[in-house]
Design a protein around this ligand. Structure first.
Ligand code: KIV
Length: 283
């Protein structure tokens, strides 16, 4: 059996030039399956707001929702590193409040937490790391700030933004993160960040020049209504699910289901007595 993945393995992988692979998962079943597939890390992402709960933004959920899904994922006892998103509102108030929330996540099974932001969250990251909680950074596009950004736009297209992203990465490294997610950022900028920091970069929609890649599981499986252009849809499970349920509907309506292997009968002597008793009680 392969041993548990830790944050140190992430660092080692960067040093050895081995690519890191992560996906999101939000429940016991999917956590078990993606772990069996062999991912290095599972993110209990705040994307659960859209993928599972039908909300329009990650800012709509808080600690209670993440804790609920994290508990389910951790019950699968994955070999992969379990990282939990700190939801909007759980780390912005002050570092002590952030620490209280991060501790709750760890108590519910997180082996690391992920926070969106750069230089502006330096103190928070430092506080969590000093308390013994591994932190994954998240720069480039920060969906929790989409209201300020005016949407989910590509980041790092101009020099000023690109420099700011590199500076954010350096600040997070100094604050003690063990890895950095770079989301929806020009590939050249992600490549420069990857060269300039010692911790691994894990990209989503930021090109191939990173130390690893992460995708939202529902996008990979064809379960998202509108997957982003940068996500590859590897299977169409929506079609599989619709087809399977349609077959069930048809078989029930036509009387094909349930068939002999799906039910059990009484012994014939017992059945005869049963009918006898029924006829006596009705007469
Ligand atoms: O919540 C999430 O799924 C994420 C990924 C986009 C990295 O943060």
């Amino acid at each position: 059996m392969r041993s548990k993945v830790t944050v140190r393995d992430f660092l080692k992988k960067k040093q050895c030039g081995e690519r890191i692979v992560m996906v999101t998962a939000y429940d016991y079943v999917m956590a078990r399956l993606v772990d069996m597939a062999g991912v290095d890390g599972i993110l209990v992402g705040d994307s659960v707001a859209m993928t599972m709960l039908g909300l329009d933004s990650t800012v709509r959920i808080g600690m209670r929702t993440i804790l609920h899904h994290l508990s389910a994922v951790s019950r699968a006892k994955p070999r992969a590193l379990v990282v939990a998103d700190m939801p909007f509102g759980s780390y912005e108030i002050n570092p002590e409040d952030a620490l209280r929330n991060a501790i709750k996540l760890v108590r519910h099974g997180a082996e690391a937490v992920k926070l969106e932001g750069g230089i502006e969250i330096f103190n928070v990251v430092e506080r969590l790391v000093k308390a013994g909680i591994p932190v994954m950074g998240h720069i480039g596009l920060n969906p929790q700030r989409a209201l300020v950004l005016g949407g989910y736009r590509l980041m790092g297209k101009d020099v000023d933004q690109a420099i700011k992203i590199v500076e954010d990465a350096k600040a997070l490294e100094e604050a003690g993160v063990f890895a950095i997610v770079i989301e929806h950022t020009a590939a050249e900028v992600a490549a420069e960040v990857t060269k300039r920091v010692k911790v691994p970069t894990i990209c989503i929609g930021s090109g191939p020049y990173c130390d690893g890649q992460i995708l939202v599981l529902h996008d990979i499986l064809g379960l998202s209504e509108n997957p982003p252009y940068f996500a590859k849809v590897y299977r169409d499970l929506s079609k599989e699910i619709i087809d399977a349920v349609r077959e069930f509907i048809n078989e029930v309506r036509s009387g094909q289901f349930p068939s002999k292997q799906h039910y059990k009968s009484m012994r014939s002597e017992e059945y005869a007595k049963f009918i006898e008793k029924l006829s006596q009680s009705q007469s």
